[in-house]
Design a protein around this ligand. Structure first.
Ligand code: NAG
Ligand code: CU
Length: 193
């Protein structure tokens, strides 16, 4: 025996339950015993200290995943960080390159700058950077670093970049304004110099 009306109702009921299913699943997945996440997951932060043990960044060769943050801390006396290119060290890569501004910290204060500078890693290409302090030629003396160096090609190594920087005779360049990152309070200025 075949009843076309019953068959239609059954089809309608089946498709109804099919569309209703995801809603039901979502509700049962929400566990009232677990806290609700109200903020995005914290990002990985890579800390880099400028000026510890001389004219250098520590560490100076960073591997960082896309979406993570590089946080620069500044020790005495008066450092900065600017993005450059591999082949033209001690100059901003272009007019959009990040620039932290300078962070004067009295020598012997035993503390870091009151602010840090954060930069987001937006893609997997190498990010070259330097300190633009010309009083003492920091960049030319090797105060440079890199995020995500291409380790497969030593032609583009940090060592090679420093060799090029050592031959730079003109002063280091800066941007007109602090840009390309966030200058925010140092969570712990007493955390060591
Ligand atoms: C820090 O260095 C910059 C750039 O050389 C300079 O303009 C500024 O006056 C210096 N600040 C202090 C407090 O020495
Ligand atoms: Cu410096």
């Amino acid at each position: 025996m075949h009843n076309p009306t019953l068959s239609l109702i059954l089809t309608a009921l089946l498709s109804l339950s099919a569309t209703a299913a995801p809603t039901t699943t979502a509700v049962t997945n929400s566990n009232p015993n677990l806290p609700t996440r109200s903020q995005p997951a914290p990002r990985t932060t890579h800390t880099v200290v400028a000026g510890r043990g001389g004219l250098k960044f520590e560490p100076d060769n960073i591997v960082a995943e896309v979406g993570s943050v590089i946080e620069f801390h500044f020790l005495p006396a008066n450092h900065s960080v600017v993005e450059s290119s591999f082949s033209n060290p001690c100059q901003p890569k272009d007019r959009t390159s990040f620039f932290s501004g300078f962070f004067p910290v009295p020598a012997g204060s035993g503390k870091q700058s009151d602010e840090v500078f954060q930069v987001e890693v937006r893609d997997s290409r190498p990010i070259w950077f330097y300190c633009a302090q010309n009083n003492g030629n920091h960049c030319q003396k090797g105060m440079t670093g890199v995020v995500n160096q291409n380790f497969d090609n030593q032609e583009f190594s940090l060592r090679r970049h420093r060799e090029i920087a050592a031959g730079v005779t003109e002063p280091s360049g800066v941007q007109r304004y602090v840009q390309g990152g966030w200058r925010i309070p140092n969570p712990n200025p007493q955390s060591g110099v």
